[in-house]
Design a protein around this ligand. Structure first.
Ligand code: EPZ
Length: 431
């Protein structure tokens, strides 16, 4: 298995290109199951999750192809992927595939909406929590699906197609909202989704569905209304920039005391995190090319943060922010309200010398300690990258193990950091 070696202590300085959002690309790819026509996605990040989903969709009969590079295209430009679900050959998503990537469970919605049936393995828990799918099932039932759990599979059927309905989510769920949105586009009549997730990735999916012929209003608010249509067509869509990648590099620059331009980033996609960084003492400015992050000389102020659904502070930046707070001039409190077990990085940051105490859903971080390099290992994507950030600021050598987590969500991580002066390299291991 590959490892990443970092020698810390250098400020990041330069330009970091921000790729397309993983968490938008995945539902957009799944939406291609809703139509016989071709959906073309631009700015798709080169990530192992994208490759895995291409294989999963292939199993349902989707022809997926990545276009070659175009003359004059920037080196860091994302991929263009064409997806054609002309004939769906299989409505089963097996355990072997769904257990590798939770988001693939969402295929249940387009398969059911278009084919009237779907058999999709329950995804199971993962390192950050139990992560049930009860609300996704509830949403499909509200649209008239008959659902049973058989042998670890969700078996969903409709007799005469889905019907519009009222879905009120008792808790904000991104996957639930994606599922409801995709299913409702082909349902007969009007669907109202209340307490919908307002994440930019939901809006991006809705924008693409609208290009495909769906009739959707209110995406990006807590109430989405969908008028069902009888069929959807193809579309071209550009995936929005990755706000979590943006926030991650912003924290890395803040932690190392650097000055970076996050090229192609959009500040409006993570205003809450930037507000927090401004309170920490980081200078943030937006221009035509992206967002510039600077912390030259000044200290890091401790700031308390609570994770919340969008537009609140994202859970996907909690680990990275915790790494930053280990260097703050005082104590900060970081409360995780989205997932019950998303503190796996605490033990590993402690290996770098951080002093963090867990008190229920809150991590109490005692800052101002110098970090020292160490071998570390993490159990999920965002936790892994928090260790990279820690390593960049730590004295001496940090070795990050289980790099495959990083490859699920960060394209060309070492390359982007090396270009900004970091001493970081990948060490290939046996497979
Ligand atoms: C999405 O996961 C993201 N994944 C996650 O990013 C992100 O952390 C999460 O949203 C929250 O922002 C993708 O977009 C692929 P949820 P999702 O449904 O949709 C509970 C990353 O690192 N819940 O919004 O699975 C759930 O347990 C990943 O890129 C139920 O109780 O998250 C959680 O507590 C990790 N029942 C809360 O809702 C359900 O049926 C929010 O989860 C569904 C969810």
């Amino acid at each position: 298995m590959d490892r990443i070696r970092i020698v810390g202590g250098r400020p990041l300085e330069g330009v970091i290109p921000i790729g397309g959002a993983k968490n938008a690309a995945l539902p957009l790819m799944i939406a291609s199951l809703l139509t016989r026509e071709t959906v073309t996605l631009h700015n798709v990040p080169r990530l192992s999750d994208v490759r895995s989903l291409m294989r999963i969709l292939g199993n349902h009969g989707v022809d997926a192809a990545i276009s070659g590079k175009r003359l004059g295209q920037a080196e860091d430009a994302g991929d263009t992927i064409t997806l054609s679900a002309r004939d769906i050959v299989d409505t089963t998503a097996p355990y072997e595939l769904v257990s590798k990537m939770r988001a693939s469970f969402w295929v249940v919605a387009p398969l059911l909406a278009r084919m009237g049936e779907a058999r999709v393995s329950l995804p199971g828990g993962c390192a950050i929590g139990t992560r049930p799918v009860d609300l996704l099932i509830m949403a499909l039932e509200k649209l008239g699906a008959e659902i049973e759990i058989e042998g670890g599979y969700v078996v969903a059927k409709t007799k005469n197609g889905l019907r519009g309905g009222e879905i009120v989510f008792p808790k904000v769920t991104v996957g639930g909202t994606h599922t409801a949105l995709m299913a409702a586009t082909l349902a007969d009549g009007t669907t109202v989704i209340d307490n919908a997730a307002q994440e930019p990735e939901v809006t991006d999916l809705a924008d693409c569905l609208i290009k495909m012929g769906a009739r959707i209003t209110g995406a990006g608010t807590s109430r989405i209304v969908v008028e069902g249509v009888s069929r959807l067509g193809g579309a071209h869509h550009t995936v929005l920039p990755d706000r979590i990648e943006t926030g991650t590099y912003a924290m890395a620059a803040a932690m190392t005391g650097g000055d970076v331009l996050l090229q192609g980033a959009r500040a409006d996609l993570l205003q809450s995190a930037f507000d927090v960084l401004a309170r920490v003492g980081v200078e943030i400015s937006e221009n035509r090319d992206g967002v510039r992050i600077r912390r030259n000389g000044g200290g890091i102020a401790p700031v308390d943060v609570t994770t919340e659904p969008f537009p609140g502070f994202p859970t996907d930046l909690q680990a990275q922010f915790m790494a930053l707070m280990t260097r703050a001039d005082g104590t900060s409190h970081i409360r995780e309200t989205i997932f019950e077990n998303r503190f796996m990085h605490v033990q590993e940051l402690a290996r770098l010398g951080a002093r963090i105490r867990l008190d229920g859903d809150t991590a109490v971080v005692e800052g101002a300690r110098a970090l020292k390099g160490a071998p570390v290992m993490a159990t999920d994507l965002r936790a892994s990258v928090s260790l990279v950030i820690g390593g960049l600021a730590a004295e001496g050598e940090t070795m990050v193990n289980r790099v495959y987590h990083l490859d699920r969500g960060f394209e060309a991580l070492e390359k982007k950091l090396v270009r900004c002066g970091a001493e970081i390299e990948r060490i290939s291991g046996e497979r």
